[in-house]
Design a protein around this ligand. Sequence first.
Ligand code: SF4
Ligand code: SF4
Length: 296
Amino acid sequence: MILYSIISLGVIGVISAIILFFVAKKFNVVEDPRIDEVEEVLPAANCGGCGYPGCRNFAEEIVKAESVSGFYCPVGGNDVMAEVGKVMGLEVTAQKPLIAVIRCNGTKKNSPQKSIYDGIESCAVAHNLFAGEGGCSYGCLGLGDCVDACDFDAIHMDPETGLPVVNDKCTACGACVEACPRDIIELRHIGPKAKRIFVSCVNKEKGAKAVKNCKVACIGCGKCEKVCDFDAITIENNLAYIDYEKCKLCRKCVTVCPTNAIWEINFPLKKVKVDKVKRVEAKVEKEKKSENKTDN
Ligand code: SF4
Ligand code: SF4
């Protein structure tokens, strides 16, 4: 009886193995070896910045499309994309690198505290509960969801201003952009010599209401739009926006903005003409002399 059971089980096992062998042969999917090769040149950050869940999926999609156009790895940048192009035997057009910028300047000074938040330390939660300690319902909540989302140690909270600061480790993966419930963070061109100009405000309220909560809010006055010779600025819903593709970094808008809502980064300080300095010094000297005379 035992022998009979062993023989039957053995026969069933052999038949199953033969069936599995033929099924495996029939449905065998031969993977394109280029997928491995493309994956190998990718940085293995698996950050999702390319728009795909991981580097492997990104490689699979490139090979499937037989094209590199429309694909970009923000972490590896143009160097990695050139390597991908070599694997695929395709030419890759270099893209301008991007960086995250914080479109809010509601520092503790510019937007003084009006209330205290005592809830869960999360911007996503706080966003649904209140306007923000400074009262601007568009501004940064300062609880650092963007910092937590960054895998590259490229963004931190400045305790003095209460706002996030992005450093040059930023790979423009976009994780912070996704994480911010207030849509304050934008990926923009790094710019020549890292020079950038952008409106550091996303408040869409009418001017008086906007400046009530933050003195550097954009009031949508349109002065920047008028002064720009390159049609780079548009005003929509009381808010100015600078198109970085059109902006030539002339800084005219920065000068005319009455609330200092436009930020310029990495520009040298404006030179004050020597004769102007001399004129001011002479005026001060003259005033001093006349004060001395009156005292005597
Ligand atoms: S700062 Fe933002 S875009 Fe830059 S690496 Fe961090 S999460 Fe990504
Ligand atoms: S930028 Fe957005 S995510 Fe970051 S601290 Fe401010 S509100 Fe929170």
